[in-house]
Structures are given as structure tokens and as C-alpha cells.
Design a protein around this ligand. Structure first.
Ligand code: SF4
Length: 319
């Protein structure tokens, strides 16, 4: 039987910024990934690794320098503004800071109704009914539609952001650190809500976070980014059970639950800061921090290698 085509296919995606003095900042430098229908891909890495830029270039909130982004068979990168605007109905974003992304002067109901107004959808009465339905879906009460964002808790504001993202019935939702600003107990509630909504609505997620423990609970597969590139990608259990890239192993060592189960990983705790993307090291970009670095690593960029179906990593140690 033929497998269904992925909902999202990204190939060779790059975002380079030309800076004063002839410098080039390679925020994203050749990313390939795909997301199936109803699937969640977690995208993790330290701050500044380019993971948020991947999300923004997929949405074309930032124009990619090169590469292909296909959503449901439609090439997004070459679309006119009008055609892109129509496609944006199919892909929505949830931001990290719900308060910054919600207009403080608008009532909550009007915030969630805004996408309907922007796209000229539905008569006023139906808009109100749909907003009330969205409130109920994300665990808010319809009577809260008349409140302003500052009258909600952080978790409730993120529920509002989710309701607004779902208004146009998208196929793909990109969560850009959607729970990072929330307390741990509230993080779990919001993740559980996203999982339930995915089951109910058949959504696909690109879930961007710096915390592997957070990503684990929602992701079917996980991609690990370092200095603008994906260095390992695997099914969630495979990544946690048999991590292959030294950087992934170091990230896992900083996850408390992984430490408890695998005490030996404490010895490989992540050292130092990542190099500046303005001056990435030659060869393997991770060699300045890698405990396994060899001479070859300082010269030659490792190519992605497949160790098992669906499990790839870019490291010279992998035969
Ligand atoms: S290629 Fe070399 S430096 Fe890079 S992760 Fe592998 S062993 Fe470490």
C-alpha cells in the first residue's frame, strides 16, 4: 500500500543574513524535514540554533534564502502575497509569549474572532457562535469573551492564543516555544490540551522548544538542531533510547529523568556555549564542544547518515 504523502515537506531550507562588513550569518543552513498528517515533529536545540527561524521561514514570516517548503503539495516559497495569504489559513502559529502576541486593548472574544474578520468569513452572529465554540474547545468559558488579556492567567492566555490559531481550521500548527514561558504544572496542562486538540482535529504540529523533556511528551519524532543544521532526527523513543549524535547525548544528559535512568550520562554534560553562527567553526560545527572530536572533525563536515529507518545523524563516528 502506498504511504500518504507528508503534509509538510521541507528541503534544503536556508536563511542567511548579509551583515555589515561582508559577514554572513547562517541562521538556518540546509534543513530537510517532513511532517505527516496528524503527526508531531519536535524541533529542539539551544537558544540561537536557528529552530525558531526554521518555523518562521516555513510560514514565510521570514523569507527563506533558498530551499523548498511544500504544504499539502503546494510550494510555499514562490507564492505571491495573495496566494500566500490564502495558504496561511492552513498553517498557523502559537508564540512563546501569549501576552506579547495578544493585543492588550482588545477583548478576548474579538482577538479570537480577528482571523474571521481578516478573511471576511461568516456573519457577525455566526462569528460569535464560533468563537464561543473555540473558547469551549480550549477550556475557557464563553463568558470570558468580554475580558481583556490582562485578566487571564498565563496558561489561560496561551489557551486564547491556541483558540485564535485554530479559528481558521489549519492543517499545520507551528508552536514556537509555546509553553516555555509557563510554570511547569501549567506547561503540562497546555501540552495535554494540544494533544487532545490534535486527536480531535487531526492537526499536524511542528513543536519548537529548547527542552527535550517538554518535547518528549508531545512528539512522534524529534529533530535536534545545532548551529543552523539538523544533526539528528529519529522517532521519540529511538532518540531517547539510542541517541547517536554526541550533541543529542549531551542534551539528554541535562534532562533530569534521563539522568535518573542513565546515571552514566552525567559524565557527558554539555560544556561551554555554542559558537557564534557568525563565525562557525570549520568541519563539524560541534567539534569545539564534542568530547569525541577527532582530527577529521576539525576539517570535514559530516554528512547525514541513516542508522535505521527514520533515524539519521550527522557525525563521523557513525559508519
Ligand atoms: S563529527 Fe566529530 S566533532 Fe562532530 S559530533 Fe561527531 S565526533 Fe563530535
Amino acid at each position: 500500500m502506498l504511504e500518504a504523502a507528508p503534509l509538510l515537506t521541507v528541503e534544503g531550507l536556508a536563511k542567511h543574513y548579509q551583515l555589515d562588513g561582508g559577514h554572513t550569518l547562517k541562521a538556518v543552513d540546509g534543513v530537510d524535514l517532513h511532517i505527516g498528517r496528524g503527526e508531531t515533529l519536535g524541533l529542539v536545540g539551544e537558544s540561537g540554533c536557528g529552530k525558531s527561524t526554521v518555523g518562521k521561514t516555513i510560514l514565510r514570516l521570514v523569507e527563506p534564502s533558498r530551499g523548498s517548503v511544500q504544504l499539502d503539495g503546494v510550494e510555499i516559497t514562490g507564492l505571491s502575497y495573495a496566494a500566500l495569504r490564502q495558504q496561511r489559513r492552513n498553517m498557523q502559529v502559537i508564540f512563546q509569549d501569549p501576552y506579547a502576541s495578544l493585543n492588550p486593548k482588545m477583548k478576548a472574544g474579538a482577538i479570537v474572532a480577528e482571523p474571521f474578520i481578516n478573511y471576511g468569513l461568516f456573519a457577525p452572529r455566526e462569528r460569535t457562535e464560533r468563537v464561543a465554540d473555540l473558547f469551549a474547545r480550549v477550556g475557557l468559558r464563553p463568558d470570558q469573551m468580554d475580558r481583556y488579556p490582562h485578566e487571564f492567567s498565563g496558561g489561560q492566555r496561551q489557551r486564547l492564543g491556541i483558540a485564535r490559531a485554530l479559528a481558521l481550521e489549519p492543517k499545520l500548527v507551528i508552536g514556537d516555544e509555546p509553553v516555555s514561558a509557563l510554570d511547569v504544572s501549567v506547561q503540562a496542562q497546555v501540552i495535554n490540551l494540544m494533544v487532545r486538540l490534535q486527536e480531535e482535529l487531526g492537526l499536524s504540529y511542528l513543536f519548537i522548544a529548547h527542552d527535550l523533556a517538554v518535547v518528549r511528551h508531545i512528539s512522534d519524532r524529534i529533530a535536534v538542531m545545532y548551529l543552523g543544521r539538523i544533526v539528528e532526527m529519529a522517532g521519540t523513543e529511538a532518540l531517547f533510547e539510542t541517541p547517536s549524535h554526541p550533541y543529542t547525548r549531551m542534551l539528554l544528559a541535562s534532562v533530569p529523568s534521563a539522568d535518573a535512568r542513565r546515571g552514566d550520562r552525567r559524565r557527558t554534560v554539555l560544556r561551554g556555549e555554542p559558537p557564534s553562527p557568525l563565525a562557525p567553526p570549520p568541519g563539524c560545527p560541534f567539534h569545539t564542544r564534542c568530547p569525541d572530536a577527532m582530527e577529521r572533525c576539525r576539517i570535514e563536515l559530516p554528512k547525514p547518515r541513516q542508522m535505521a529507518p527514520g533515524h539519521m545523524a550527522a557525525c563521523h563516528l557513525i559508519p
